[in-house]
Design a protein around this ligand. Structure first.
Ligand code: FAD
Length: 227
């Protein structure tokens, strides 16, 4: 199989031009310049021509800049947990572009009503399977860890000792810079209002997608590529 194109046979050594017939690069429009869009642009840009489109005058204007900025491996659903756990080593890496760590220790204690003790025990057991830093905390220790807590109301908790605060804006900038270093264009004030397919401009049997936006036209997105 071709190493970069699943489903395509690998080129025979004698077929030196084989890869030239394979459309190696695509124009990829990434809509939204928050952490999700910046991450996607960063990972796609080395292989394709990326245009990152952001409706606001600034990137990360909405949810990303409002995050509580806590890196938790034991929260949310299984997909979220899996993503956070597999991202952890990247967050802990000393990246050349950054002059400070992305993570700072910030243990997190989730508290539960006494009536919800069984749920807390089950939650802690599941968390411990993922990371030993998650454990059940009973009433006495809860009072020690957080003296203001009224243990007549709150009976127990689940502690994630390895939780950390994360420098969200630093990681966002890291992704944007890496995308741009691979040639990605970042267009601000570029709200996408429609996505259209133009069959007349089919290339290799595939229909290029054009994005129509007030003030942003195909020619801005992908010069010479979508025609
Ligand atoms: C109060 C709060 C606290 C949070 N705390 C945490 C936390 O502690 N830890 C954690 O991991 N997560 C936390 N989250 C969740 C996390 O912040 C979000 O999951 C994440 O920021 C979402 O990023 P995003 O890129 O998907 O969205 P956004 O940051 O909202 O980015 C979407 C971007 O798309 C742009 N856009 C939308 N429509 C268009 C269009 N038509 N054309 C062009 N651009 C468009 C928007 O302007 C925006 O910039 C928190 C969220 C909130 C609200």
């Amino acid at each position: 199989m071709h190493p970069r194109f699943p489903g395509c046979p690998a080129a025979h050594p004698s077929q030196t031009n084989y890869c030239q017939r394979v459309p190696l690069r695509r124009v990829v429009a990434v809509i939204g310049g928050g952490i999700a869009g910046a991450t996607a642009a960063c990972h796609i840009a080395p292989e394709h021509d990326v245009v990152l489109l952001e409706q606001e005058a600034e990137l990360a204007f909405h949810t990303t800049s409002r995050s509580a900025a806590i890196c938790l491996e034991h929260d949310g659903n299984n997909v979220w947990r899996g993503l956070n756990q597999s991202s952890r080593s990247f967050f802990e890496t000393a990246h050349d572009e950054l002059d400070a760590p992305l993570l700072e220790p910030l243990p997190v204690l989730n508290v539960h009503l006494e009536a919800a003790r069984n749920e807390a025990l089950a939650d802690a057991a599941m968390g411990t399977q993922r990371t030993p830093a998650v454990r059940f905390v009973d009433t006495d220790e809860l009072q020690l860890l957080c003296p203001p807590i009224d243990t007549a109301v709150v009976g127990c908790g689940v502690l994630e000792a390895s939780a950390a605060s994360i420098d969200v804006m630093a990681i966002h900038q890291l992704y944007v810079r890496r995308a741009m270093s691979h040639g990605a264009q970042v267009l601000r004030n570029a709200r996408v209002t429609a996505i259209e397919r133009h069959s007349a401009a089919a290339i290799d049997g595939e229909f290029p997608t054009s994005l129509t936006e007030r003030g942003v036209h195909e020619k801005d997105l992908a010069p010479n590529r979508l025609r």
